[in-house]
Write a new protein. Structure first.
Length: 260
């Protein structure tokens, strides 16, 4: 009799634990009645995504506003996670994130691992250096140490340049690291997206830059999703509406001053 009671209690406790686990899992996916999407980004890329530490620890920027706007229209809330740029694609492949917004260019290499939305913003590369560096054109980079962000499209651009003009390429995880390396004299220059670089020029008065051309087929930023995610089509539909009704342009004006 005692054994029967113990067996019943054990079964009841097991069912209870399984139910509790299920509740916890659902709680991670829902906030109230709203589903939650995890957005991975690299919050060192103003005005796309960054943290104004003097004001708060919240990640803000153009990409964050865009993601929140589309997610809200689809009935989702957004949980933004900061990580190194080089780990963003892997975060989608491993299931750590549902989408990535980080000023990411949809290169052919990346398309092999993730799916992309339509382009939502187009920018260009800038060669950044100190004003007294003597670097005015690509040829001036010969023999110089050039910094790029690890895993970025600029890293590939540096490798392209190196085929024509011999340079030493160094990579770092964060854009501020590139700026610091130039300030300390360890890097002669860096390749940074123009919109982002201009944001740093406002604070770093000793820096200058010039634009270099890019492959038009690999220009622009898009939202990345896991392969075959149903979110790709949903986000594209809302992104198209935002382009047509002017909502996207309003965000561009807010974060870029209406240059694009």
């Amino acid at each position: 009799m005692k054994k029967a009671v113990i067996l019943i209690l054990t079964m009841v406790m097991s069912v209870g634990l399984l139910a509790a686990c299920g509740t916890s899992d659902n709680a991670n996916k829902k906030s109230g009645d709203k589903k939650v999407l995890v957005m991975a980004t690299s919050a060192d890329y103003p005005p796309f995504e960054y943290v104004e530490t003097k004001k708060s620890d919240d990640i803000i920027g153009f990409d964050v506003d865009l993601a929140k706007a589309i997610a809200g229209k689809l009935g989702y809330t957004l949980n933004v996670k900061d990580m190194d740029f080089g780990g963003l694609v892997q975060s989608l492949k491993s299931g750590q994130a549902d989408l990535v917004l980080a000023g990411m260019t949809p290169t052919e290499k990346r398309k092999k691992n993730v799916d992309f939305s339509d382009i939502y913003y187009t920018a260009h590369h800038l060669i950044v250096s100190k004003k007294d560096s003597g670097i005015e054109k690509l040829e001036d980079l010969k023999g110089k140490t050039v910094g790029v962000q690890l895993g970025s499209i600029q890293e590939g651009k540096a490798q392209e340049i190196n085929k024509q003009i011999p340079i030493k390429i160094e990579n770092r995880n964060r854009i501020p690291d590139l700026i610091q390396e130039m300030k300390s004299g360890r890097f002669d220059a860096a390749i940074i997206e123009d919109t982002v670089a201009k944001g740093y020029f406002e604070k770093e008065k000793d820096f200058k830059g010039f634009t270099i051309s890019d492959d038009p087929n690999e220009a622009g930023s898009a939202i990345a999703f896991p392969k075959n995610s149903e979110l790709t089509a949903k986000f594209n539909k809302e992104l198209k509406k935002m382009k047509e009704n002017g909502e996207l342009q309003k965000l561009v004006v807010k974060w870029f001053g209406g240059e694009k």
